[in-house]
Design a protein around this ligand. Structure first.
Ligand SMILES: OC[C@H]1O[C@H](O[C@H]2O[C@H](CO)[C@@H](O)[C@H](O)[C@H]2O)[C@H](O)[C@@H](O)[C@@H]1O
Length: 616
């Protein structure tokens, strides 16, 4: 049986990350950074494209997993008829931009005897390059193997003997006895450097545990569902690239939105939209440092000429993310192509200005010190809205079909103007407030006249269209119209009717067209979109349907895997997760919905922080 997406857990070091399957296999890891080529790519290929298995030799061993509380250290407990062993998997945290990425796996005997094996196949360049293997035995027991090719080297240090097999696997078989431990540490470094020192896994474990525990202790969230919210915040932090403050949308590429389909994208980049919303949620939960770091990332990314702002950049701020396919990889369960790069980078998507200005406003209301340079940048971004809001765009979903006048894009243009007006009204900045009020009112009037269907009493996906779109649920959430407006209630009900995937209440982001090419320019269908389903929780809460909102929220929580992680989408028929994993969008959706539910009926913590009166 191929590995399910939700059978994976995430470990990471704020520079890159690894996905580990519940049966002990590392199936996807890029070194040294999130967007570097993968050295283990079996998740989108086969085991021959690189993987690292560490598990009992007994095939029927029972497995249970959890993260050590408040951390990103994964504990896997294996139970066999003859004993129990646990494995701690983690990537040691380190000062931003210094040191080498490491993946450490500590095997501890709990009781009895558990025969185990480690089997590692390294294939650089997304499974394409076979490295040269060199053995360096340790002086006082244990072993080291180096794998070298091109710019990369990986050193595997083990406390137990390793052997090399003709097929390129480096293996160890060993007995785990109660009270004893074996350690495996994999270290990446540029291949031209001398071999790295032997790692100190115990010290690395201690410092990694204390890093994550201290980070978690900074959370100010006190509402219900604390464990799920904290796990989501940890995921958002783990997707952040510490040297720059950029955040990837997910640490994977090409996990499919439809099994066997073509909707496979590379998410290892920083979307202004995703990062801004994530940072807003982090700021509301007490994490202002992350918001400040991202503000600096944005200032650098768009420096020079904000008129040329893109909707996404690399984690380091590169603009060119050329999209190509990797023909040697068969894809996850045959979902092909596997893509690297992302062609959506050069699309016009007008909503991003609203998301960025909303996030800064939220973060400043939550305590982030305002700064003049940031305000100048934000004014320049609003100028883009003024110039471009009349134009069609590709929309929040980055469709690859024709550009349209997306209602959500215009609503977010209104948000951009609204947040700047509010800032000036609060006395925290000065600017052409009358001009911006006029812009805000013009967009509002235009959307209400052209984006609303009075016959069906619903806003529509784009001007003049009949199609609906789950992004319209944001209309009350961002304060464009009050929740008791009949057009808002009509839109929520229409979305429930027309975009629901079945009886479980989850919703699609929009309707696709089966084998025919749909409005998004793609053939095929996709699963329910988890972030949109969380927006529905928020919208229902706002219109006072709180019982229904809580029930839906709990259904969504139940879709998270055994360690609390969510992909982008959910297949309500096959009952499995779909899309890149874990996905920031889903996790900030979860945290925002919990914040909304926590604050009770009609007013959310977010609205209070914003000072929103939700009036038109
Ligand atoms: O559906 C087609 C598009 O799908 C991806 O975009 C989605 O992910 C982004 C990152 O989370 C998110 O910001 C966007 O709203 C989503 O639609 C993909 O990256 C695009 O290239 C693709 O056209």
């Amino acid at each position: 049986m191929p590995p399910l997406i939700e059978d994976h857990a995430l470990v990471g070091d704020l520079h890159t990350a690894a996905l580990i399957h519940r049966r002990g296999s590392v199936t996807f890891t890029c070194f040294p950074d999130f967007d570097s080529p993968a050295a283990f790519a079996s998740l989108v290929g086969t085991p021959e494209h690189g993987s690292w298995d560490l598990c009992p030799t007994a095939p029927d061993a029972h497995v249970r997993r959890r993260y050590l509380p408040g951390t990103l250290v994964l504990e896997t407990t294996w139970t066999t008829p003859n004993g129990q062993a646990r494995v701690l998997d983690f990537m040691p945290t380190r000062p931003p931009g210094s040191g080498n990425p490491q993946l450490i796996r500590i095997v501890q005997g709990v009781r009895g005897d558990v025969p185990m094996s480690s089997r590692m196949l390294i294939r650089f360049a997304y499974g394409k390059i076979t490295p040269r293997l060199v053995r360096h035995p340790h002086q006082f027991g244990g072993d080291r193997y180096a794998a070298l090719a091109g710019p990369d080297s990986l050193y595997l240090d083990a406390s137990t003997p390793l052997s090399e097999h003709a097929d390129g696997n480096v293996e160890a078989t060993f007995l785990t006895r109660a009270g004893e431990q074996q350690v495996f540490a994999l270290t990446w470094q540029p291949s031209h450097l001398p071999a790295p020192p032997r790692p100190d896994p115990a010290a690395a474990l201690a410092s990694t545990l204390s890093y994550w525990s201290d980070w978690s202790a900074r959370s100010t969230y006190t509402g219900p569902y604390q464990e799920a919210v904290q796990r989501s915040l940890i995921v958002l932090k783990a997707l952040t690239y510490a040297p720059t403050g950029g955040m990837v949308a997910a640490p994977t590429t090409s996990l499919p939105e439809e099994i066997g389909g073509v909707r496979n994208w590379d998410y290892r980049y920083t979307w202004l939209r995703d990062a801004a919303i994530a940072l807003g949620v982090l700021a509301l939960s007490g994490y202002l440092e992350e918001a400040a770091a991202w503000r600096d990332w944005l200032a650098r990314a768009v420096a020079g000429d904000p008129a040329t702002v893109q909707i996404m950049y690399s984690i380091k701020g590169d603009r060119d993310l050329p999209e190509s396919t990797l023909p040697h990889l068969p894809g996850y369960e045959g979902s092909w192509p596997v893509r690297v790069g992302n062609g959506a980078a050069h699309q016009p998507q007008l909503d991003v200005f609203g998301e960025v200005l909303d996030a800064f406003h939220l973060a400043e209301e939550a305590g982030l010190a305002p700064c003049d340079d940031a305000f100048a940048l934000q004014s320049a971004l609003l100028t883009q809205v003024e110039t471009r809001w009349h134009q069609p765009d590709a929309g929040i979903w980055e469709g690859r079909g024709p550009e349209r006048h997306y209602v959500h894009s215009k609503v977010m243009g209104w948000v951009a103007a609204d947040r700047m007006v509010r800032r000036i009204e609060s006395g925290r900045a000065t600017g052409p407030v009358e001009e911006w009020r006029h812009l805000r009112d013009s967009i509002h009037a235009d959307v209400c006249a052209q984006g609303y269907d009075p016959v069906r009493n619903t806003f529509t996906q784009s001007y003049g269209a009949t199609a609906l779109d789950a992004s319209l649920l944001l209309i009350p959430l961002v304060g464009f119209l009050p929740p008791d407006d009949k057009r808002v209630i009509g839109t929520i009900e229409a979305i429930q009717r027309e975009l629901s995937t079945g009886n479980d209440g989850l919703i699609l982001r929009y309707r696709t067209n089966g084998d025919e090419t749909g409005a998004d320019g793609l053939a095929g269908d996709e699963g329910a979109f988890l972030a949109c389903s969380f927006w529905l929780v928020e919208a229902l809460t706002m219109i006072g349907r709180t019982t229904e909102a809580s029930e839906l929220f709990e259904k969504l929580l139940a879709l998270a895997n055994d360690v609390g992680l969510l992909a982008e989408e959910y297949d309500c028929v096959a009952r499995r997760q779909l899309g890149n994993f874990p996905q920031a969008f889903s996790h900030f959706g979860l945290a925002a919905a919990a914040l909304r539910l926590a604050s009770g009926e009609k007013t959310a913590a977010r609205d209070e922080a914003l000072g929103l009166d939700t009036a038109a």
